[in-house]
Design a protein around this ligand. Structure first.
Ligand code: GTP
Length: 376
């Protein structure tokens, strides 16, 4: 089980985790810049491969790109098998089982959508929209509703163009999420993705609560060939970020990925810590573009949705990463997040290896969910 209760913000649970701003507010960050405090990985021996930034994909490699996209789509289809069984099979039997469109038909659809983790509010909006369409187009056959329903789901998921600006600019990406959701793995995968584009990547192990987390990140840094700036267990995350910013600037890094807080026991501490880290960046790295990604475990269904809400209350989330989409029946949560919170799901995790992170496309997602036979 995941320790999702940690985000349930009960002040009583705050334990001994004291992150009050006052303690470290006046910290001389210059002191922290001493050679020793920087990770040993931060040496001037930039690996040759990191400097080959002009080796972009040849322009005429579009064929390869489209084959890749096809491959992604196939993997998405297979990754969504359980979610499809959960949502679409139920729907298909409603569409074929009813001879007319009546209240009972809508009720059955409602139940299937809610059971599919699409969320109560999103379900209501999708069905209201479906009713309008059915009326306006004088639809009589339940079977004819399928495409309308697909369109309604897509419309509800529309959060505008999803931007991945941070991939192309000097940027700092905060990655937050409660423990066990796949935060570290996601950072490793993202680092791998960026390195494959010949970007210089620095990782900041600013989640200093658990020593093993830093170790795990180090493994991912090695795998992705990225630099890692770490801190002692229990050290101030803002100090680690300070070091990491210095390193990123010195190395002219493209992207600084920060494994930040998430396991804090109450909302105020979390908010304070993120504010403090943000202040460090404001002061030390104002030119950097900011991205804040919250990592959610799709297998936790509605719990993931409430975590997204909680995190959104404490900081400006710019995107969601939904992990463990492979092998869960609760992939409908992607619909709920976009439709109910209006926050774009930017990536989905579809496995445990470095290549198992995909950009999320709502249309592809719904198509993969509903159109399996046509696409395979
Ligand atoms: N199947 C699958 N497993 C994943 C995915 N992402 C992460 N995992 C697994 O989930 C487990 C937890 O991942 P971590 O990256 O350690 O999670 P974390 O949030 O960093 O956890 P803490 O370090 O405890 O905070 C690991 O066993 C990962 O391999 C995914 O997309 N699919």
């Amino acid at each position: 089980m995941f320790e999702n209760e940690e985000i349930e913000l009960s002040v009583d649970d705050a334990e001994d985790f004291d992150l009050s701003l006052d303690d470290a507010e006046e910290m001389e960050f210059e002191d922290l810049l001493s050679e020793d405090s920087l990770s040993e990985d931060f040496e001037e021996d930039a690996s040759a491969s990191m400097d080959e930034s002009d080796n972009a994909l040849p322009d005429d490699d579009q064929q390869e790109e489209s084959t890749k996209k096809e491959g992604f789509f196939k993997r998405l289809i297979s990754g969504l098998t359980k979610t499809r069984d959960n949502i679409v099979s139920g729907m298909d039997s409603i569409f074929s089982g009813f001879s007319k469109i009546d209240e009972e038909f809508y009720e059955e659809l409602e139940e299937t959508l809610i059971m599919g983790d699409i969320g109560v509010n999103a379900t209501m909006r999708i069905l209201d929209d479906l009713r309008d369409k059915v009326k306006a187009q004088h639809i009589k056959e339940p079977m004819a509703c399928k495409q309308l329903l697909i369109d309604s789901i897509k419309e509800q998921m529309d959060v505008g163009e999803t931007a991945y600006e941070f991939e192309d600019r000097t940027s700092v990406v905060f990655v937050i999420g409660v423990n066990g959701v796949g935060k570290t793995t996601t950072i490793g995968k993202l680092a791998g993705k960026l390195r494959a584009q010949n970007k210089k990547v620095v990782l900041a192990a600013a989640d200093t609560f658990r020593a093993a987390a830093g170790e795990q990140l180090k493994e991912w840094a090695n795998r992705a060939d990225a630099d890692l700036i770490g801190g002692q267990e229990g050290s101030d995350p803002a100090a680690v970020v300070f070091d990491a910013v210095s390193a990123a600037k010195a190395r002219k890094a493209d992207v600084l990925l920060c494994d930040t807080a998430g396991r804090l026991h109450n909302k105020k501490n979390l908010m304070d810590e993120l504010k403090k880290i943000n202040r460090v960046i404001d002061r030390e790295y104002p030119e950097a573009y900011r991205e804040t990604l919250v990592v959610l475990d799709a297998t936790t269904g509605q719990n993931a949705l409430s975590q997204a809400r909680e995190f959104n209350d404490v900081t400006d989330i710019t995107g969601v990463v939904l992990t463990k989409m492979d092998g869960t029946a609760k992939g409908g949560i992607a619909i709920a997040i976009q439709a109910e919170l209006g926050i774009p799901v930017k990536y989905i995790g579809v496995g445990e290896t470095i290549d198992d992170l995909q950009k999320f496309d709502a249309d592809d997602f719904v198509n993969a969910l509903f159109y399996t036979n046509e696409e395979e």
